[in-house]
Design a protein around this ligand. Structure first.
Ligand code: PMP
Length: 330
């Protein structure tokens, strides 16, 4: 019999799928690494597992311990599923602006969620940083993964994502493209691929327009999970050879095309990464192999990027006619 003992053992070994429609006119092979095949539907399962494994090894997390992290996103889901399977209590601290479906997902896994006020500055005792620090301090046996500083995050990608890409392309990958949030994916995967290829693989980061990684003016943007307004310790600026900048409108249009044309229902940062990958691939010869990482599933974006009304209200083009009143059946 071939089976996993726990869904937590199914993290990683995600497939590569060739993009064939959105790559029209491109000679190079473009392969998507589809991270929604992870049990928590995102690449963040990898760092969750590696951070918890390392904390157990280092004695920071013991049986009956509690994990406290300020997150409402994919990292929370990854931590929740690993923590549950290993018997840890899990507390997430979430700003009230993110309440809703995401919190419901965390609760569904059995996690506790503490909602904090979004409108207070980080140093305020009510802020989500302060509350999570206090809980981690006050609860005996508490451990705070701290995804923006914990080096076991990027290390998880160095040890799994990178080797999987090298193995599945038979060492033929020439370019690796990924969005940058904490920077863990690009730092760990990019560093592995550069190391194993003796620096032959070219690494390209992708950043939403408005974030600091690509160097232009800093302003708000709507692509979730990527970009920052500070430099996290998990991002090593020496790994990517270049960082390209993609506006929300292009990222969202490509996200919708991936669902409609490649049957890949993915999140907005996946569309962003593909825009970056195609810009790079456009100038490459037929023997180039571009691998682009798609971080998460699109189900969490149905009422946003995939919703025509939401898109129009924010000034984004929608490749569909305006809705018309339904005609009664004849
Ligand atoms: N896309 C999504 C949807 C994410 O949740 C994240 C993680 N913040 C990323 C991209 C970026 O990955 P990383 O943090 O490894 O840079």
């Amino acid at each position: 019999m071939r089976y996993a003992k726990s869904v937590a053992d199914l993290v990683g070994n995600t497939p590569l799928v060739q993009l064939t429609r959105v790559t029209d006119g491109i000679a190079a092979t473009v392969l998507a690494k589809v991270e929604y095949f992870n049990p928590g539907s995102s690449a963040k399962d990898r760092i969750a597992r590696n951070i918890i494994d390392a904390a157990e090894r280092d004695g920071l997390l013991r049986p009956g311990g509690t994990i406290v992290e300020p997150t409402s996103g994919n990292t929370g889901v990854g931590l929740a599923l690993i923590a549950q399977q290993r018997g840890y209590r899990m507390i997430f601290v979430v700003p009230d602006k993110f309440a809703g479906e995401k919190v419901a997902v965390l609760k569904a896994y059995g996690a506790e969620v503490v909602i904090t006020e979004t409108s207070v500055p980080p140093e305020d005792p009510r802020s989500y940083y302060s509350v999570s620090d206090r809980l981690a301090r006050e609860i005996p046996g508490a451990f705070k993964p701290n995804q923006f500083a914990n080096q076991n995050g990027p290390r998880g990608h160095y040890e799994t994502t990178g080797p999987e890409i090298w193995r599945d392309t038979d060492g033929r990958v020439t370019h690796f493209v990924a969005g940058i949030g904490t920077g863990g994916t690009i730092t760990g995967t990019g560093r592995y691929l550069r190391d194993v290829s003796h620096d032959a693989v070219r690494v390209i980061g992708v950043d939403p327009e408005g974030s600091i990684y690509s160097g232009g003016p800093v302003h708000g943007y709507l692509t979730e999970g990527v970009g920052e307004d500070f430099w996290p310790e998990t991002y090593d600026r020496t790994v990517a050879h270049e960082v390209v900048r993609v506006p929300d409108a292009e990222s969202f249009a490509m996200t919708r095309r991936l669902a409609r044309e490649e049957a890949l229902l993915v999140g907005g940062s996946s569309g962003m990464a593909v825009v970056g990958a195609l810009r790079v691939a456009r100038d490459l010869p037929a023997d180039a192999v571009v691998v682009v990482l798609l971080p998460d599933h699109g189900r969490g974006y149905l009422s946003k990027i995939y919703d025509d009304g939401w898109m129009r209200a924010r000034g984004f083009d929608v490749d569909a006619p305006e809705p018309v009143a339904e005609q009664p059946e004849p």
